[in-house]
Design a protein around this ligand. Structure first.
Ligand code: SF4
Length: 282
């Protein structure tokens, strides 16, 4: 039996970002159209936009990339962007379209508000991820935690501590880190910001009973990676960026197959895999 593990399709933040970019492409915006890094972490979708003429600037060197352009429209990623880059883009006279997911903006607002009130900030995230980088750019002294070892190394003397996180982490890992922080700093305010789209998908995988789970999505996508880790902790799991990744896999030993997908995975990719498997098991 082949089962689509719900939910499937783009999350709210990805839908919004794609809609904004489509509006820019259909509208009367100054040319060329740039993305400062991938709008969403799915290379198949990004290639479609590249083929439509969108120029995707190097995500690892955002400031340098931005300084090299002098005209056109720049669309900022769903994961959020360093405020300094907004200033640079505006000073250069570029038209700026901000596709930051509202949940990420909410986290930025909370961090800024707590900094103003004199809190030390602990931010839990993945290093080198665009969302973490954008959140850490809000102040130079945010304590960045990626694992339990980082918690042990924290040395905060402030009585006021505010703790928040990247939206696409594993709920299980995050719970362990929150617990360690609370034991070390009982006064810390914990503000869990795993987003609903991430949490619901992770819970669906954790509650599922399959002998194989196919995780459809780009392996650069944080929430897709976390789904794969959770699925692997329960059963046999494989990644599939697209249908071609599973064509040589031997499915004969598996009779109860679940398909999950990341929040930035387009539904057509899931449907291609689902249709292929349906034909295969007939
Ligand atoms: S996963 Fe959540 S935070 Fe990230 S873009 Fe989607 S809705 Fe926004």
């Amino acid at each position: 039996m082949i089962t689509l593990i719900e939910p499937q399709g783009y999350c709210m933040g990805v839908k919004r970002a794609i809609k904004l970019l489509d509006e820019v492409l259909a509208g009367n915006y100054p040319q060329p159209i740039y993305l400062l890094g991938k709008l969403i972490h799915n290379d198949i979708v990004m290639k479609q936009y590249h083929d439509k003429g969108v120029i995707i600037l190097d995500e690892s060197e955002k400031e340098k990339s931005l300084l090299e352009i002098n005209k056109g429209t720049i669309v900022f990623q769903a994961h959020g962007t360093d405020p300094k880059l907004f200033t640079i883009a505006k000073e250069k006279g570029l038209t700026v379209v901000d596709a930051t997911c509202p949940f990420v903006t909410l986290i930025h607002n909370r961090i800024n508000a707590h900094i103003k009130e004199g809190y030390d900030i602990i931010y839990i995230g993945k290093s080198k991820h665009s969302e973490s980088e954008a959140s850490l750019s809000l102040a130079s002294n945010i304590n960045f935690v990626t694992c339990l070892k980082d918690v042990a190394n924290l040395n905060i003397t402030n009585d006021k501590i505010y703790v928040t996180n990247q939206t696409t982490l594993s709920t299980l890992d995050l719970t362990d880190i929150f617990t360690a922080i609370t034991m070390k700093y009982p006064q810390a305010i914990i503000d869990n910001k795993i987003c609903q789209a991430t949490q619901v998908r992770q819970e669906a995988v954790l509650n599922a009973q399959y002998d194989l789970i196919i995780v459809v999505g780009d392996n650069h996508s944080s929430n897709t990676k976390r789904l794969y880790e959770l699925a692997s902790s329960k059963t046999k799991a494989i990644y599939a960026n697209s249908l071609s990744d599973i064509l040589s896999f031997n499915f004969s030993d598996y009779h109860n197959i679940g398909i999950t997908s990341g929040a930035s995975t387009p539904e057509f990719l899931v449907k291609q895999i689902y249709d292929y498997l349906q034909k295969l098991v007939k």
